[in-house]
Write a protein that binds this ligand. Structure first.
Ligand code: GLN
Length: 487
């Protein structure tokens, strides 16, 4: 069975019709990964027995009449989600041998819905990066061109789904880490509203921004997966008690009368002309479906990247203080004393980008600089949020590019951190505002995928999924896979 083309929905349908068993399905995907992943490096941990045991259990339950909504459906998890008994490293040397004693809330929820874990995917170390190049296990590669990056930080998840090595994957997004790799690899990725999905058991980067979300080929698959991820969690005080709708309920709604905003700041100088053309064509498709477009302004957009690169490192420096070589994770050899233990464990255990963030964050939070940097950045954050809220008085959702350019070459930006940070120009403002956003493929530029980003008001994920699903019923971009004819 060639599973590469199977969507999540088709896997669910095939399992319930008895076309294949969960074990057969899992075996086929594991074989596909074994055959193809050496070129992509999208998985960092595979444990065939662990996966097959869950698949057999799903089959057993189905035979005994217990039918769970995702029974036997394999999902790949970014290596930032704690999986009980299965190594979870955040792709850092400092957690190189960490086996969590508990399961993250979101993967636990998926497990309770019957999903099985196919393996753990590659990412930038502690989710800090836009190219997957800061992974301790080496970069994942873009299946459309293996000399190029898949994006980051959820690069392994994006590459795996795009190449058909998994029907769906989980990612996390702090400043763009679901949407940017989704755009670079030609898949659909959604960052839900901050608070929609519990952060418990997700290795923390920047706690006021981190959010988990689905990475799939279609919007319909994203809705199906999201249905089993959300809800208030007593273990995460920032998780929301907002009612969780059925995210598939609005997929079929007509788009007639919807108004989408085009933020003029996103279509300015930095945007690649090929991406601009692809967005133009996508806009025409939506217009034919009854959508109207209106220019809007998000005037504080240019302040988002600088504010984010104060807030995110500040929170990271606090979150990463726990890796001290004492309780878990990497410990240096023969420490001379306690100071030496801390210093060398951290110096040897963290990679360069992570250290850079810890230094920047510690500086920004230090007495005397707090007001100048951290407080100022928080004030900017409020202005950015207000820009969006004002725009949503006039439009149902926002339509803009996900990234300023298509996937770049490995090594192209590693020497210049600021260049790398600029990659997140269009995704970071949304993160600072805590809004839900989705990226989906809308064209190819020189054979590489271009992504369009849709942004909605807080807790309006269903609106995004509706627009994306309707777009995908009229277009084929989401069905293209690397290496295919026409691709
Ligand atoms: N690329 C951004 C960063 O390096 C965003 C990462 C993310 O969303 N986890 O911080």
């Amino acid at each position: 069975m060639d599973v590469r083309k199977l969507t999540l929905k088709q896997a669910i349908d095939g399992l319930s019709a008895g076309t294949f068993s969960a074990e057969e399905l899992a075996r086929s995907w594991l074989t596909t990964i074994r055959e193809s992943d050496s070129a992509l490096n999208s998985f960092v941990t595979l444990d065939e027995e662990y996966t097959l045991a869950q698949a057999r259990e799903a089959d057993r339950k189905r035979t005994s009449g217990e039918v769970l909504p995702l029974a036997g459906v394999p999902v790949a998890y970014k290596d930032i989600f704690c999986t009980q008994g299965l190594k979870t490293t955040a792709c850092s040397k400092i957690l190189g041998n960490f086996v969590p004693p508990y399961e993250s809330t979101v993967t636990q929820k998926l497990k309770e819905a019957g999903a099985i874990c196919l393996g753990k995917t590659n990412m930038d170390e502690f989710a800090m990066g836009s190219s997957n190049e800061s992974s301790f296990f080496g970069p994942a590669r873009n299946p459309w061109d293996t000399d190029r990056v898949p994006g980051g930080s959820s690069g392994g998840s994006a590459a795996a789904v795009a190449a058909g090595l998994a029907p769906a994957a989980l990612g996390t997004d702090t400043g763009g880490s679901i949407r940017q790799p989704a755009a670079f690899c030609g898949i659909t990725g959604m960052k839900p509203t901050y608070g929609r999905v519990s952060r418990r058991g997700i290795i923390a980067f920047a706690s006021s921004l981190d959010q988990a979300g689905p990475m799939t080929r279609t919007a319909e698959d994203a809705a199906i997966l999201l249905n089993h991820m959300c809800g208030r969690d007593p273990w995460d005080s920032t998780s929301s008690s907002e009612a969780v709708p059925d995210f598939t309920a609005e997929l079929a709604n007509s788009l007639k009368g919807k108004v989408l905003g085009l933020p003029k700041e996103y279509f300015a100088g930095e945007l690649d002309s090929g991406i601009a053309d692809a967005l133009d064509a996508a806009r025409k498709v939506l217009e034919q479906m009854g959508v109207t477009f209106r220019e809007i302004s998000l005037p504080h957009t240019h302040l988002a990247v600088p504010a984010y690169y104060v807030i995110a490192p500040a929170e990271a420096s606090a979150n990463l203080a726990r890796y001290d070589g004492v309780r878990f994770g990497y410990r240096c050899e023969n420490p001379q004393n306690l100071d030496d233990l801390y210093t060398r464990s951290r110096a040897e255990g963290f990679g360069e980008e992570v250290k850079r963030r810890i230094l920047v964050g510690t500086y920004a939070l230090s007495a005397g600089y707090y007001d100048a940097y951290y407080r100022k950045a928080q004030q900017i954050r409020r202005l950015i949020r207000d820009d969006f809220l004002k725009a949503f008085e006039e439009v149902d959702a926002i339509f803009c590019p996900t990234t300023p350019d298509v996937a770049f070459r490995l090594g192209e930006k590693t020497d210049d951190p600021v260049k790398m940070y600029q990659e997140d120009l269009f995704t970071i403002p949304v993160s600072l505002a805590g809004l839900p956003a989705l990226s989906m493929p809308c064209g190819l530029v020189n054979g590489l995928p271009a992504g369009v980003q849709l942004v909605a008001p807080h807790f309006e994920e269903s609106r995004l999924l509706n627009i994306a699903h309707q777009f995908q019923t009229e277009t084929d971009w989401h069905t293209l896979q690397p290496g295919q004819k026409g691709a």
